[in-house]
Design a protein around this ligand. Structure first.
Ligand code: PEP
Length: 251
């Protein structure tokens, strides 16, 4: 079945509200009438409400960059799924490599966040990906399979249809080193096989798998031409309208 491509921008800890709104408005204007692909932006938590208002009525979707695993409670520094929705987000990035490697989030924690996101009807983008050392040791598939299977543990097939996976090799994030289209396709194909094993092939064929890691205007077209690459999770190049716009309008 045809999977609708998703181009997602992760603004990380950049852009204060005024700048975020300016960029969001430009993206929304450029996406007017776009129906063959989906576009998402993930601003910082403090800019979420203003950005959601800026893109209201456009096809652009808004996401949080993480979510807590409880609806509310004594969790200083965390944002609950209800708060994300209240701010206008309908999606959330989970298990980003910066969360895993800088903030020590493990698969169990990412899984709890994912289950909670689904419970509150946020579309999760689950990020997986190996470090350079893991790739060089030949452990790419093992690492990705573990992150994936533990990340979606307890997710029923029906709910799994809403989950988006993002393959982001850690060595390619923010480094300017993109995986070749062959390297990316190889891992995307294996992720789909793992999903087929965990669920069913027909379900695996419906799930979108994004590639992330130095996606730029000059490499997006060849990456998007791969059979198992269904979109892009874009960091640096999503912070500038010209580059993100070119990526959104990949051919
Ligand atoms: C990311 O933050 O998910 C990412 C892929 O960043 P970049 O595009 O800058 O490599």
């Amino acid at each position: 079945m045809a999977r609708r491509p998703l181009i997602a921008g992760n603004w990380k800890m950049y852009l204060t509200t005024a700048k975020a709104v300016e960029l969001a408005e430009a993206v929304a204007a450029s996406c007017a009438g776009l129906s063959d692909r989906e576009v998402m932006i993930a601003p910082s938590f403090t800019a979420l409400t203003a950005v959601a208002e800026a893109v209201a009525g456009s096809p652009v979707r808004v996401a949080g960059q993480n979510v807590a695993w409880e609806k509310e409670g004594a969790y200083t520094g965390e944002i609950s799924p209800v708060m994300l929705q209240d701010a206008g987000a309908g999606m959330v990035i989970l298990g980003h490599s910066e969360r895993r490697h800088i903030f020590a989030e493990d698969n169990a924690m990412v899984n709890r966040r994912l289950l909670c996101a689904l419970q509150f009807e946020l579309t999760p983008i689950l990020c997986v990906g190996e470090t350079l050392a893991e790739r060089e040791q030949g452990n790419t598939f093992k690492v990705v399979e573990k992150q994936l299977s533990q990340g979606v543990q307890g997710v029923a097939g029906e709910q799994m249809k809403q989950v988006v996976i993002a393959y982001e090799p850690v060595w390619a994030i923010g480094t300017g080193k993109t995986a070749t289209k062959e390297q990316a396709q190889e891992v995307h194909g294996s992720i789909r096989n793992v999903l087929a094993g965990l669920y069913e092939k027909t379900l695996a064929d419906e799930i979108r798998i994004l590639y992330g890691g130095s996606v730029k205007p000059d490499n997006v077209d060849s990456l998007m031409a791969q059979p198992d690459i269904d979109g892009a999770l874009v960091g640096g190049a999503a912070l500038k309208f010209e580059s993100f716009d070119r990526i959104i309008h990949f051919s």
